[in-house]
Design a protein around this ligand. Structure first.
Ligand code: CAA
Length: 283
């Protein structure tokens, strides 16, 4: 079982910030790292704002919020993650970046640390091969928004040790999440299903079959999805959706996974969804 007490989170954006928040809410001490101490500190401030909203709504005690924030320490260097029992990497979805980060994390972190990645589609086995401890590398894929979504998908790389897998499952459960397990295959379980849905919605829009509003209303009201696929793509980030679609297309090798031109064009235009104020919708 898990002896995990301290957690490092690398990347303080949408996903990393959510992971750090939930870890701290679950009683873990969290070192939050980003490309600089200023970026990590800004990440912590976003978490503070999110918690302040919960306090305003009367869903969280002010003292409890302060206690949660007190457990999160921004750090500017990977060395600040050295003593963590588990480091969860949540940087941009880019294979070269993740390879570099894992080589650096391997050098920086104590031998016993588990190195987990929140990648949504990049092979765990490829990432693990950048380290001298592939058996201690595992996928820990949270869903967005992390504080709200129940699921964590745990992915075993080819070399992942069973004890490491078990500790990671125990950690996800201790963070209040429900676990599903995937082997290391393109898109794992969740994005293998979701991204073709989003991509198909993009094709439907691009072909002029219907408006974005009607596509989304169709999924919301006709299928009881909480959000339509284009709204969800805007929430996830169109750059992330495209990156995953490209992995599915390349690694599964079937034309049915080909990313829609409209998705590529939105990304090329910098219309990445909510985070840039414009995607399929304006915010
Ligand atoms: N952080 C914290 N809490 C949040 C939040 C956030 N970013 N966004 C919403 N919430 C909370 C709200 O405070 C609210 O809480 P209460 O009910 O306690 O007041 C609750 O969630 C519901 O929010 P709203 O009332 O504002 O709106 P909603 O009912 O429409 O729910 C939603 C919003 C939870 C995002 C819902 O629309 C939903 O579940 N959408 C689908 C999300 C989804 O599919 N995520 C998975 C994406 S795939 C992925 O992440 C994998 C990948 O690799 C791409």
């Amino acid at each position: 079982m898990s002896q995990i007490k301290s957690i490092g989170v690398l990347g303080s954006g949408q996903m990393g910030g959510g992971i750090a928040q939930v870890a701290a809410q679950s009683g873990y001490s969290v070192a939050l790292a980003d490309i600089s101490l200023a970026a990590a500190t800004a990440g912590k401030q976003k978490i503070e704002k999110g918690l302040a909203k919960l306090v305003e709504k009367g869903k969280l005690d002010a003292a409890k919020s302060a206690e949660i924030l007190g457990r999160i320490t921004p750090v500017g260097e990977l060395a600040g993650l050295a003593d963590c029992d588990v480091v969860i990497e949540a940087a941009t979805e880019n294979v070269e970046l993740k390879k570099q980060l894992f080589a650096k994390l391997d050098a920086a972190c104590q031998k016993a640390s588990i190195l987990a990645t929140n990648t949504s589609s990049i092979s765990i086995t490829v990432i693990a091969a950048q380290t001298k401890r592939p058996e201690r590398v595992v996928g820990m894929h949270f869903m967005n928004p992390v504080p709200v979504m129940q699921l964590v998908e745990i992915i075993r790389g080819l070399a992942t040790d069973n004890a490491v897998y078990e500790s990671t499952v125990a950690l996800a459960r201790a963070m209040g999440k429900t676990v599903v397990t995937s082997n290391d295959a393109p898109g794992f379980l969740v994005n293998r299903i979701l991204i073709p849905l989003i991509n198909e919605a993009c094709f439907v829009l691009q072909e002029g079959v219907g408006t974005a509003e009607d596509i989304d209303a169709g999924a919301r009201l006709g299928l009881n999805h909480p959000m339509g696929p284009l709204q969800l793509a805007d929430l996830i980030g169109l750059d992330t959706c495209l990156a995953i679609a490209e992995v599915l297309h390349r690694d599964l090798g079937d034309d049915k996974y080909r990313p829609a031109t409209i998705l590529r064009n939105h990304v090329a235009a910098g219309w990445l969804g909510r985070k840039t104020g414009r995607g399929f919708y304006r915010y």
